[in-house]
Design a protein around this ligand. Structure first.
Ligand code: NAP
Length: 247
């Protein structure tokens, strides 16, 4: 159902899954804030594409690890849009190494972006989500958080950490009518997957019963449903979109 004049903030929306989610929410009638860290031109392009849906959409730069920048982003969004109904914590990074090779800085950086960023953004928009009639917090985790993955001890840890956060915030939001859920995409065709060597991609493909990687639209439509008014009785859930990958 088209959902006019509600506003969604999607972190890391200049490309990949975040841009796909931004498109899905704009098509559903949400005004959309396209957050990004470095890719100004791409974020502008995404926002202007979204405006073709007849909604308001703006690119907003803020490194999610920078609390001050995130707080400023929140102030500016509230000033422009008045309410924030949906926050999608999508921004995430990988720094892949076997644990033997992994340095503390590789661990800290991934934790800082994937978990620290989720903390900062949720903190900054929490009051808005709580006050919204159908507030929605949606965290983008990964199948790797459920299953682990060779060379991704840092990343897998952050993605599992999102489960506990989501389930807890769901309890704390429950009295307000707002929900918190987590989506765990499987391996999805984005620049993040392109960083994985071809030989490893082939091995991953062999483990996917549906015999293909996800497209961003496969993930975005599930986020679109969770953001909708109709999804109001779903909260504290971890929802796999992974082509049937088993534990
Ligand atoms: P991607 O193509 O690498 O895009 C990452 C996005 O995050 C970019 O828009 C980037 O912005 C932004 N970003 C990175 N660090 C940021 C920061 N510190 N502050 C603000 N924005 C930041 O990644 P993706 O594949 O679309 O992944 C999106 C999410 O889905 C991630 O959380 C990832 O863990 C998860 N996921 C991905 C897959 C997959 O196979 N692709 C599978 C499961 C889960 P700039 O370009 O402006 O720097």
């Amino acid at each position: 159902m088209r959902d006019p004049r509600r506003t969604a903030v999607v972190t890391g929306a200049s490309r990949g899954i975040g841009a796909g989610i931004a498109r899905e929410l704009a098509a559903a009638g949400f005004n959309v804030v396209v957050n990004y860290r470095t890719a100004t031109d791409r974020a502008r392009d995404v926002a202007s594409e979204l405006r073709e849906e007849g909604v308001d959409a703006r690119p907003l730069q803020a490194d999610v690890t920078d609390r001050e920048a995130v707080a400023q982003m929140a102030d500016s969004v509230v000033e422009d849009f008045e309410t924030v109904d949906v926050l999608v914590n999508n921004a995430g990074i990988t720094i892949d190494k076997t644990f033997r090779e992994m340095e503390r800085q590789d661990w800290d950086r991934v934790v800082d972006v994937n978990l620290g960023g989720m903390f900062n953004c949720t903190k900054a928009f929490y009051d808005e989500i709580t006050a919204a009639e159908h507030g929605r917090l949606i965290n983008i985790s990964s199948v790797v958080g459920e299953q682990g993955n060779y060379g991704q001890a840092n990343y897998a840890t952050t993605k599992s950490g999102m489960f506990g956060f989501t389930r807890t915030i769901a309890l704390e939001l429950a009295g307000t009518g707002s929900t918190a859920n987590c989506v765990t995409p499987g391996f999805t065709r984005t620049p993040m997957l392109e960083k994985v060597p071809e030989r490893v991609q082939q091995k991953i493909l062999e483990r996917i019963p549906l015999e293909r990687f996800a497209e961003v639209e496969d993930v975005a439509c599930v986020v679109g449903f969770l953001a909708s008014e109709e999804a109001g009785y779903m909260t504290g859930q971890v929802i796999g979109v992974n082509g049937g990958m088993a534990w």
